[in-house]
Design a protein around this ligand. Structure first.
Ligand code: 26W
Length: 794
């Protein structure tokens, strides 16, 4: 792609400011400058987009379709500028108008159309699909309100609606011509061979397209998000009778379907609107996919050769019955053929083994909303039972529709997201299906895009790396290994250490300005950022901090390594235990930060409203990455990969991708603690396992005692009695049983960090050996093992 010079970029910004936003530089507001720069960058992305679309049609290449209820995109302006290699030009062009690059970038709202790991992975995957030049579409929902805004009142999480569309949005193109009617409810008419579903209500799905550009702007794919529209938006008759609410009802009702993202990321609520959203997304996507296929190829038997549809967890699993319905009911193919063609096209990724997260819909709700699909699910289940007589489990047990079983049966491949997780899928939730279909489960360990999570968020480190080994690493991340010889050079290590130091100073300044939080960049920045959940054990982290605080109070001159513990993360609004942990961390921070004896050695802060943009600020400044989940619970994790790449060694358990990170960076560059997944299963069988652990560790016992007595909640002493009861009782996630070893690991961290050069070496080796965790490598795995799709880039 022809590089855009500063003058031509400046002209493009001025042209858009003038003609797209009708403003002259004197009167332009910050948002005008952001939009003008965005349009100037978008113009270049559209060029790549058109070329990619053309090439895909020309070659008749196989296309990948990624169906996901979530795309946790974050901001897109910097991503566009970095992928088009226009950073210096953009900075220079804006400075000619006395505009600050970072100030303009920070005006963009995050597109928070996701909860956490699953949604962010989908966003990284789209960027990598474009970078490797694989023809692909993402399909999702254009929620009017993404994940809620989090703020704290007296340390408690408070949720407010997120309003990203409240500001002008530069990255989407409305497609009024791309609309599909999506039906719900109604009845099924069986006449002889022909079966017809007559929906009781219909909404329209309208497309909004966002181009997703890859590195060097050589390719761009489409993210198509569906928005609900009423077929007859306005009831004039009701209006004329003065019933204005009823007049507006159709539009309001239809928009409800894409109004808001469900904020739960591990517990399925079984809500009707959620199932409607899942069918709305899936049905609109399949109509669009088959329209495009018919226009280009026509013969439906070729569908598996030209189309690969990936189900991002079970949320779009209705795709199986819906594709069979279209092929069988509408296109007249025999049921068996329809099943095989559908299965040849679909594949499914599982992202969690948590029982409460595995979707299963009551047959009443499912049958009422999707009567024909329930019939087809039964037909699919019976066909599978016939083909597998030794089968004992059904996807239709207990009057439910089990979406995990349905997805497995309707997929040609099923994958887990880390080696450990994939093995556990075979021995737990899918053990019988794995026995019946031993070649269906494969592993594709997650990854993250190095463009956003290194090149863009950590330019100082990216600069040092490129100075050292060239810039080939940006889309071939395993080239980072070439850094290893440099790590022996103390001068280079000093530069590496100073990069981290400057990132910590930048973060300290920003936290000072933004939250009035004063921190010392000399401290060890120990960071745990992720959704709040018991299995992620943020409570283990804060209990260790309280024990550490106690220990410092008892021997303040013991030469402690000063440490700043940073937390960030949202709790699902209905998840009260997780909300209690947020409050406990905030309450403990107040007491510990104001303790004059200890606060130069230990400080704690919980930063509000964790999102993609906040992660981009925190990850480059981290010294220590907290990945402390109960082994066997975190399917993979992706934050762990971002931290390792940015030179933050991990304190963690042998869980999810931590196992593979430790294998790649070397056990000597990883602070391992805790039970393995097997030991966890074993420990759970031990009577009073928590009590035993507490009685064996006085530090743990006294920390729990302080919490129970209200040391951090003097105005309400028994505020955390429930939390401590749980920990001293069931403690299902074995916080107490892993505490002592966690404490040991943290003290090893203290010692290691005190050796500056030694630590810098360890940090640099984490960077050098984490190249494998690029989502480019992950996507190439899916293309080879699952989609059989080719890159169209030379
Ligand atoms: C139905 C409610 C619901 C919504 C989302 C249940 C479960 C989910 C997601 C599967 C939860 C999720 O985000 N899982 C995370 O997926 C990441 C990407 O693969 C993994 O790295 C994390 O380990 C996993 O927790």
């Amino acid at each position: 792609m022809l590089q855009l010079s500063t003058p031509s970029l400046r002209d493009a910004i001025l042209r858009h400011l003038t003609y797209s936003f009708g403003k002259d530089p004197e009167h332009a507001i910050l948002e005008d400058w952001r939009m003008a720069l965005s349009y100037a960058v978008r113009d270049r992305i559209v060029d790549a987009w058109f070329k990619a679309t053309e090439k895909t049609y020309e070659t008749g290449a196989k296309r990948v379709y990624y169906l996901s209820m979530e795309f946790l995109i974050g901001r897109l302006l910097e991503d566009g500028i970095v992928n088009l290699e226009l950073v210096e030009e953009a900075k220079a062009a804006l400075s000619e108008f006395d505009k600050d690059y970072h100030e303009v970038l920070s005006d963009e709202p995050d597109a928070a159309l996701g909860n956490g790991g699953l949604g962010r992975l989908a966003a990284c995957f789209l960027e990598s699909l474009s970078t490797v030049g694989c023809p692909a579409h993402g399909y999702g929902i254009r929620y009017e309100h993404g994940l809620f805004r989090q703020s704290f009142v007296d340390g408690r999480q408070v949720e407010q609606p997120e309003t990203w569309l409240g500001q002008r949005h530069a990255w989407e193109f409305e497609r009024p011509e791309v609309r599909y009617r999506i039906g719900f409810g109604g009845h099924v008419d069986m006449r002889g061979e022909t079966v017809r579903w007559y929906p009781g209500e219909e909404v329209e799905a309208e497309a909004f397209d966002t181009p997703v550009v890859g590195f060097r702007g050589r390719w761009a794919n489409t993210l198509r998000l569906w928005s609900g529209r009423a077929i007859h938006p306005f009831d004039l008759d009701a209006f004329n009778h003065g019933d204005y609410a009823r007049a507006a009802a159709p539009e309001a009702l239809a928009r409800t379907i894409s109004r808001v993202l469900y904020p739960d990321d591990t517990t399925e609520q079984g809500k009707e609107l959620r199932l409607k959203q899942e069918y709305f997304l899936t049905a609109a996507a399949l109509r669009d996919i088959l329209r495009r296929f018919n226009n280009q190829f026509g013969d439906l038997r070729k569908l598996p050769d030209k189309v690969a549809i990936q189900l991002n967890d079970t949320h779009p699993a209705i795709a199986g019955p819906e594709l069979v319905r279209i092929l069988h009911d509408e296109r007249g193919l025999p049921f068996e053929d329809a099943m095989e063609i559908a299965r040849g096209t679909l594949s499914y990724t599982n992202h969690t083994l948590m029982p409460e997260a595995l979707e299963s819909w009551g047959e009443d709700l499912f049958g009422r909303l999707l009567p024909r699909h329930l019939q087809l699910v039964d037909q699919i289940d019976n066909a599978h039972a016939t083909q597998n007589p030794s089968r004992t489990q059904s996807m239709r047990a207990d009057h439910q529709v089990k979406m995990g079983q349905l997805s497995f049966v309707m997929a040609h491949h099923v994958n887990g997201v880390s080696a450990l997780h994939t093995d556990l899928m075979k021995t737990t939730v899918f053990s019988e299906l794995h026995r019946l279909h031993p070649d269906r489960i494969v592993n594709e360990t997650n990854g993250v895009t190095p463009r956003r999570w290194l090149l863009a968020c950590n330019p100082a480190l990216a600069g040092l790396i490129t100075d050292s080994i060239g810039d080939g690493w940006i889309d071939d991340l395993e080239q980072l290994q070439k850094l290893e010889p440099f790590i022996e050079d103390s001068g280079w290590i000093d530069r590496y250490w100073n990069v981290k130091k400057s990132n910590k100073i930048e973060l300290s300044n920003w936290m000072g300005q933004t939250y009035g939080l004063h921190t010392d960049p000399e401290m060890l920045f120990d960071i745990q950022i992720k959704r709040m959940h018991e299995y992620k054990r943020q409570h283990l982290n804060i209990i260790e901090a309280i024990a550490h605080w106690q220990e410092i109070r008892e021997n303040p001159d013991a030469g402690w390594t000063p440490r700043l513990k940073l937390f960030a993360g949202k709790a699902a609004p209905g998840y009260f235990f997780a909300k209690d942990i947020i409050r406990l961390i905030n309450d403990a921070a107040v007491v510990i930060n104001n303790d004059p004896v200890t606060n130069k050695y230990l400080k704690i802060a919980f930063l509000p409203n964790y999102n993609v943009s906040l992660a981009e600020r925190l990850v480059p400044a981290a010294d220590l990455s907290e990945q402390i989940s109960t082994a066997g619970k975190e399917a993979s994790g992706t934050g762990n990969m971002k931290f390792a790449l940015n030179g933050a060694p991990t304190v963690g358990t042998l869980d999810g991708a931590n196992v593979e990170i430790r294998d790649h960076v070397g056990p000597e560059n990883f602070f391992l603690f805790g039970m393995t997944a097997e030991e966890v299963m074993e420990r759970r069988t031990v009577e009073n396992h928590a009590r035993r652990a507490i009685d064996a560790d006085p530090r743990l016992a006294s920390a729990l005692k302080l919490i129970r007595e209200g040391r951090f909640s003097p105005s309400e002493p028994d505020r955390y009695a429930g939390v401590v009861d749980n920990l001293e009782g069931p403690d299902f996630f074995l916080v107490c049983s892993d505490f002592t070893d966690y404490w040991r690991a943290q003290r090893e961290v203290d010692t290691a960090f005190a050796d500056r050069t030694g630590w810098a070496r360890m940090a640099a080796l984490n960077t050098a050996r984490s190249g494998w965790f690029s989502s480019d490598r992950t996507i190439r795995g899916y293309m080879a093992d699952i989609w059989k799709a080719q890159s169209l880039l030379p």
